[in-house]
Design a binder for this molecule. Structure first.
Ligand code: SF4
Ligand code: SF4
Length: 503
């Protein structure tokens, strides 16, 4: 069984002739020289029909035709499939794959990427995004008016893509459709000045975010959670998503960051990089857990014997992810570099490990990282590589639900997260069929239907769990909202079931 993926074009007679010669050679090699089978697990369609006689010989082939005519004397059942009189059938009615963008031009429209996409069934799957973009580009080149198609594509293709690139993990040719979407967002990203201002005044922007959360929290106290939830849902609908939707899982604001200065004692040092969301978002008001992620993480690291240090100017730092996902690549890279420089300084030139409390931010920082001195960890890798020998685990009886974020999957830490959860709880539930939660940083606020669609089966799957864990604070907002249980960072669970190991 010779199984290959290739990206043959069919745009010119030369390309079709090349394909024809290729198919002749393959059929000769497999069926004649090696006596093998031209088809294995796939159906024998129009592409192989002209070669069936070559493989089986004329006696068997004629027998097949006799059977076919007995059952289908008028030749109306799937004409041309499996058996054909036309030796050129595989070169006719070829599906065009017009060039659209180099990020997706290799796509063979196989659909392997579709099951993991959170927008499949709500709007488009990655394959459909590519097919539609190809069609728009081909029509444009032919001089057709594509304005209506492009208007539809804005919501169907661009606005409802989480852009976390989970599709790339399933694609045999490595296509990340989220990259195409981010590129298209970049082409219409016309708030460059605002993005520049935000990048330069990140500290002030975070204060603004804290203020917004404080106002929402005040409204909750005044109106009560159910009424505020109903009112904000209507407001969000009326404003076409410009006013974010408030839910009972919304975080309360944290106070401005007041970080201790390093004391330089004899304990090993770890640099703690708290993501901007962990510096702004506290637990939800109704959550039984009221310690912030920042305090919980610091407590766990200290319990394991570490001296926790923070980068200078921590409240101005950002990995750049919020800029990148909206198409502001330049500002995103500027913030990323600024962050890497601060981490190099804080880790004494890479001497100390760096713990980042949010997996999407870790992924953004480690991708294409040129500076090999930086020793950067997401929560899963740090706990499994640095804390297991320093802490004693006593697993709890209560079942726990695990959500593996897209970035944890990209970082290759999925199984390690599940293994860690199993050290902490005797029963671990991993909901089937949920691959990306669709919250995507802030899409859960602005395009909540994507989050709701992706997590539509979550509540049933976790009904016997007392708590869920993850490694991204924003994903946890949507997960809590759609599951009926509170989702927390992994460190909450690890801290609860561990004590320092006595040497
Ligand atoms: S898996 Fe890759 S090649 Fe197949 S449809 Fe999806 S993007 Fe295209
Ligand atoms: S990036 Fe995510 S949402 Fe976008 S097409 Fe790929 S899997 Fe779907």
């Amino acid at each position: 069984n010779l199984h290959f993926v290739f990206t043959q074009g069919f745009d010119s007679p030369e390309q079709v002739a090349r394909y024809s010669a290729f198919m002749d050679d393959v059929a000769q090699l497999v069926a004649v020289e090696y006596g093998g089978s031209l088809k294995a697990e796939h159906g024998t369609g129009r592409n192989m029909a002209p070669f069936v006689e070559l493989e089986w010989g004329s006696d068997a082939y004629q027998l097949m035709w006799q059977l076919k005519r007995l059952l289908d004397p008028a030749g109306i059942l799937n004409p041309g499939v499996v058996l054909t009189d036309d030796p050129q059938l595989h070169l006719k009615n070829l599906k065009p794959l017009p060039a659209a963008d180099e990020i997706v031009d290799k796509c063979i429209e196989c659909g392997f990427c579709e099951p993991v996409c959170p927008s499949k069934g709500l709007t488009l799957s990655p394959r459909q995004r590519i097919v539609m973009w190809r069609d728009i580009q081909a029509k444009k080149r032919a001089g057709e008016d594509t304005r209506e198609l492009e208007r539809d594509y804005q919501y169907q293709g661009i606005d409802t893509c989480a852009a976390t690139g989970l599709c790339a993990q399933r694609c045999p040719v490595g296509i990340n459709t989220g990259e195409l979407v981010k590129k298209l967002r970049g082409q219409t990203a016309d708030h460059g000045k605002t993005a520049n201002w935000l990048a330069e005044n990140f500290h002030t922007a975070l204060s603004g975010a804290r203020l917004t959360l404080r106002a929402a929290n005040g409204a909750r106290k005044l109106l009560g959670a159910p009424r505020l939830s109903r009112m904000s849902a209507s407001l969000s609908k009326l404003s076409h998503g410009r006013v974010p939707q408030w839910t009972a899982a919304m975080p309360q604001p944290l106070k401005s960051l007041q970080l201790p200065t390093a004391s330089n004692d004899a304990r090993p040092r770890v640099v703690y990089l708290a993501a901007c969301v962990s510096r702004v978002m506290g637990p939800a008001a109704a959550d039984h857990e009221q310690t912030s992620l920042l305090d919980k993480t610091r407590g766990l690291l200290e319990k394991a014997g570490y001296q926790v240090v923070f980068p200078d100017n921590a409240d101005s730092l950002c990995c750049g992810q919020p800029f990148a996902s909206k198409g502001y690549a330049e500002q995103a890279e500027h913030k990323r570099q600024e962050m890497l420089n601060a981490l190099l300084l804080a880790s004494r030139g890479g001497l100390d490990p760096i713990y980042c409390d949010t997996s999407p931010c870790t992924l953004r920082l480690v991708q294409d990282l040129a500076d090999t001195r930086l020793d950067l960890y997401d929560p899963v890798r740090f706990i499994r590589s640095h804390l297991l020998d320093k802490l004693e685990f006593t697993p709890q009886d209560e079942p726990i639900a695990v959500h593996v974020t897209c970035s944890t999957q990209h970082l290759g830490e999925s199984q390690a997260l599940i293994d860690l959860a199993r050290r902490c709880s005797k029963e671990v539930v991993i909901p089937e069929g949920i691959h990306c939660c669709g919250f995507a940083g802030d899409k859960g606020f602005t395009t909540p239907e994507l989050n709701a669609h992706s997590l539509r089966s979550l509540k049933d799957a976790v009904q016997y769990c007392s708590e869920g864990i993850s490694t991204s604070r924003t994903c946890e907002i949507g997960l809590s909202n759609h599951s009926g249980i509170d989702y927390h960072g992994l460190v909450y669970l690890v801290d609860r079931v561990t004590r320092p190991r006595i040497a």
